[in-house]
Design a protein around this ligand. Structure first.
Ligand code: GN1
Ligand code: MG
Length: 356
């Protein structure tokens, strides 16, 4: 079937090798190599992205804007098919896109030093900074209410009402954790109700494998732009906190391995603020540390909801997988909350270093 897709791009499948690539939970990604060329082919999960054409629309608008204003910025946009489409539909109603593989670029799956965290945060900050005068409302919501904690909480409550008694019993402690931390929901409501932070162009999936690096480990650009849409800084900053700070990731089941690397926290602050600091509002600065609490909590709630819903969204590789992911994220959240006082000092230090 992938053969037909490659044909739509004018490629003869017999000339290429196709391998699974990447570790995303939602879309399927393949590396296509042959004839001295390398491409990334991605199947969009249209159960999740209900209007995949919105992704193509958004990327075209952003690409045109960046090419005009910042021609030196490396924007990795999709390659058009022979009929000029950025999205190709297969018989089964599946949608595919093809990207060039940037020569000499690398992706990493784990942050092992401060430089990597700094460079990644800088690239996410730069992306939003370069688009600061682009009207975010021109973009479509590729996933409506994606990072809407209010809705995630409602989905969790609905799932708890409908879950089997076995799953409710298994998840008893984690359900308590959701309520224990619901001050996070209150703060989130305050921020949004008072329009305290501006709407910007936000990436919404800042995991480290979505950054391209060069051979010297300098950041080149951000990739995986499906969830680029109007949003708030806390989505990107918070998801970096969630995915960069701990040496063990969300799949770890030995929860004692989850802890906070303070030096990585400082590197995220410096990298992000080195790009966006000059246009950040006072409120954005005020809620910078809170972003981590918000996004870790949201992910914990989403994993737990999926467990209660019998794993219909994230899938599960073993019984209790999503419950373990939720436990993992609550452990991370509790570690994070314990470090908030320290984080406030570190961010003040980072600002001093940047602006002195
Ligand atoms: C999903 O598919 P992937 O791994 O890029 C999810 C993110 C979660 C992440 C958790 C569209 O991202 O929101 O943070 O899993 N994306 C969607 O691993 O739901
Ligand atoms: Mg993604």
């Amino acid at each position: 079937m992938l053969e037909k897709i490659l044909q739509s791009f004018g490629m003869n499948a017999a000339d290429y090798q196709i391998q699974f690539f990447g570790s995303g939970l939602i879309n399927h990604t393949f590396k296509v190599s042959g004839r001295g060329e390398v491409y990334i082919l991605q199947q969009i999960n249209s159960d999740v992205f209900k209007s995949p054409e919105y992704i193509a629309n958004n990327l075209t608008l952003i690409q045109d804007y960046l090419n005009k204003l910042y021609p030196d910025y490396l924007f990795v946009g999709p390659i058009p098919s022979i009929s000029g489409d950025f999205l190709v539909e297969s018989d089964g109603g599946k949608f595919y896109r093809l990207f060039p593989f940037v020569k000499g670029s690398q992706t990493i799956n784990f942050i092992s030093n401060e430089k990597q965290a700094f460079e990644a945060a800088k690239q996410f900050g730069k992306f939003t900074y370069l688009l600061k005068d682009f009207d975010p409302t021109a973009l479509k919501y590729t996933l409506t209410d994606f990072h809407n904690l209010e809705l995630r909480f409602e989905q969790f409550e609905a799932a708890s009402r409908n879950a089997t008694s076995e799953r409710i019993a298994e998840a008893f402690e984690e359900i308590k954790e959701v309520y224990k931390h619901n001050n996070i929901l209150q703060t989130y409501r305050t921020i949004l109700a008072n329009k305290e932070v501006p709407v910007r162009v936000i990436h919404h999936d800042t995991k480290i494998s979505n950054v391209l690096f060069d051979e010297q480990q300098n950041g080149l650009c951000v990739i995986d732009l499906d969830t680029v849409m109007p949003g708030y800084f806390f989505s990107d900053v918070g998801d970096m906190m969630r995915t960069y700070l701990s040496p063990a990731n969300e799949e770890e089941t030995d929860f004692s391995k989850i802890h906070i690397r303070e030096a990585i926290f400082s590197a995220i602050c410096k990298g992000y603020l080195s790009e966006l600091g000059s246009i950040f509002t006072e409120k954005e600065k005020q809620y910078f540390v809170f972003s981590g609490e918000l996004m870790i909590y949201m992910q914990a709630v989403r994993f737990l909801t999926d467990y209660l819903n019998n794993d219909i969204y994230y899938g599960s590789k073993y019984p209790g997988h999503n419950l373990n992911r939720a436990k993992n994220q609550f452990k991370l959240l509790n570690e994070y909350v314990r470090s908030v006082g320290k984080f406030k000092k570190l961010i003040a230090q980072a600002e001093n270093e940047l602006y002195s």
